[in-house]
Design a binder for this molecule. Structure first.
Ligand SMILES: [Fe+2]
Length: 164
């Protein structure tokens, strides 16, 4: 049987990659390096799609045990993060950026960094789950990765809550 992933380790590993990606994105957008900013946003979109999906379909429901209704706030935070990602994608789709647009894209990346750092804190709670629950999380995380739907596509199609 293949060794399943460790949901606590992989969760943090995703956050590290997204953190580095967002920092690169902010720097590239501020410098007006549009090709680099676009490539970086593309990798973030690809990585965060399965991550958000796993959070909403498996991790957040499991967190209800500890957080109760606060879980709804986490989902609302995702709405905000999706909106911000769309703003950044919209700006980077332009053929060129003014200085102010570059700054706006960099600010969007920095706003998303706050979600990364808040989200990483959930690991301290995940650790309290039973082995059985952790195995279920591992399976859901793997499933979301295998489906491999990028963030904005997931948000516009599969995710039931819609963010304009
Ligand atoms: Fe996260």
């Amino acid at each position: 049987m293949p060794v399943s992933l460790d949901p606590v380790v992989e969760f943090r590993e995703d956050h590290r990659k997204v953190r580095d990606g967002l920092l690169d994105l902010a720097a590239a957008a501020e410098k007006g390096d549009l090709p680099k900013a676009r490539t970086t946003l593309g990798s973030i979109d690809a990585l965060v799609g399965p991550h958000f999906r796993y959070e909403e379909e498996a991790l957040y429901p499991a967190m209800k045990e500890f957080l109760g209704e606060y879980v709804d706030r986490l989902i609302e935070e995702h709405d905000g993060a999706i909106k911000t990602a769309k703003v950044a994608a919209g700006l980077l789709a332009k053929p060129s950026l003014t200085k102010d647009e570059g700054k706006a894209a960099a600010n969007a990346a920095r706003a998303l960094l706050v979600h990364v750092s808040n989200c990483d804190g959930l690991n301290i709670l995940t650790e309290r789950l039973s082995k059985r629950q952790l195995d279920d999380l591992a399976a859901s995380f793997q499933k979301a990765r295998d489906a491999n739907v990028p963030l904005i596509r997931w948000a516009d199609t599969i995710r039931k809550r819609k963010v304009s």
